[in-house]
Write a protein that binds this ligand. Structure first.
Ligand SMILES: [Zn+2]
Ligand SMILES: [Zn+2]
Length: 343
């Protein structure tokens, strides 16, 4: 099978082709696994964190990709949930221990033994991959493959972030950055919280224009002050300035949810701008979001089908994965980038 392989870590600015095309044997599903013939795989900012070493795969070479839509090509001896030919999705959560406190409470995303698709095990930047049947999801028929792929991470983690804000209808929400995840959050908010206003902070005029088109009432640069104080803000950027600037826009008791698996070091000095009175006092809270639980993916797929959310996407051939990653790095973003693996 064809796969785009990560052989060594590097920085995207210096290496515009971090992945290399390779011909590999098809993987074999174990007892409880299924073999997935990949149709489409979403491109996520986390792949940049893996390639650049902020959350590297424990072993190289590795096949990245954790927003996978495909068909069941074969099933392991003890796997019975899905039939050959059925369309399924695979998300960032590859597995968790199943018996620790976090797993038992439904927060398997916090499990110490959490394993990630496309990092700890091979993912979807390839024609085939394997996944445990209990960690696969039926894809609602309303979606094209390319629409469903970004729902599996950008959407599911956006959904979890929004849950963590504890937003109520009528309360105002801020979003810093307006990439794949934020644009899906905006769609959920419009459906679930029709009286809430959404404000977008982004340093990119392209993202701001896209946000206004999608229904944000206001979109301006990262350091600007929103016309009203916000009940909650979700940060979806890879850097620090938006975190500090967001805090000043929160109302008393407001909460900032940081939706990033890793932050980059480039502007870490900006944290010295943090002023306790302006940014933190008045019981403001900061909470991060880590990974996704299966329930997030399941609940969000159902909600997305009900709304229905039709994510904006931009398709690349599997062989053009490097180009998609470079564009993501330079924040040339409009909706979600997906790799078309098979027709
Ligand atoms: Zn992701
Ligand atoms: Zn566990």
């Amino acid at each position: 099978m064809k796969a785009m392989l990560l052989n060594k870590l590097s920085r995207l600015e210096e290496n515009h082709s971090p992945l290399e095309m390779a011909e590999l044997p098809e993987p074999l599903p174990s007892e409880h696994e299924i073999l997935v013939k990949v149709s489409t795989c979403g491109v996520c900012h986390t792949e940049l964190d893996e390639i650049e070493g902020r959350t590297p795969p424990p072993q190289l070479p590795a096949i990245l990709g954790h927003q996978v839509v495909g068909k069941v090509a074969a099933v392991g001896g003890a796997a019975s949930r899905f039939q050959v030919g059925e369309r399924i999705g695979v998300a960032w959560i590859h597995s968790a221990c199943g018996h620790c406190r976090h797993c038992l409470e439904g927060n398997e995303n916090l499990c110490a033994d959490f394993k990630a698709t496309g990092r700890d095990v091979n993912g979807g930047y390839a024609e085939y991959m394997t996944a445990a049947e209990d960690f696969c999801y039926p894809i609602p028929p309303v979606f094209l493959d390319a629409e469903a792929a970004p729902l599996l991470c950008a959407g599911a983690i956006g959904y979890r972030s929004l849950k963590l804000t504890d937003l109520k209808n009528g309360q105002s929400l801020g979003l810093t950055g307006f990439g794949a995840s934020a644009h899906l959050v905006l769609m959920i908010v419009k459906f679930r919280f029709p009286d809430s206003r959404v404000y977008v902070f982004s340093r990119s005029e392209g993202e701001r224009a896209f946000a206004r088109e999608q229904g944000a009432v206001w979109a301006d640069d990262t350091e600007e002050e929103a016309p009203e104080k916000l009940s909650a803000i979700i940060d979806t950027t890879p850097v620090w300035k938006p975190v500090v600037e967001a805090l000043k826009n929160l109302e008393p008791g407001g909460r900032l949810v940081v939706n990033a698996i890793r932050k980059e070091e480039v502007d870490k000095d900006y944290l010295y701008h943090l002023d306790y009175t302006t940014h933190l006092w008045m019981e403001k809270e900061i909470k991060s979001v880590a990974n996704v639980a299966r329930s997030d993916v399941r609940e969000f797929l159902e909600l997305a089908a009900e709304i229905p959310i039709r994510p904006e996407f931009q398709e690349f051939d599997l062989t053009d994965a490097n180009q998609a990653l470079v564009e993501l790095k330079s924040r040339k973003i409009r909706g979600a980038k997906v790799l078309r693996v098979a027709r």
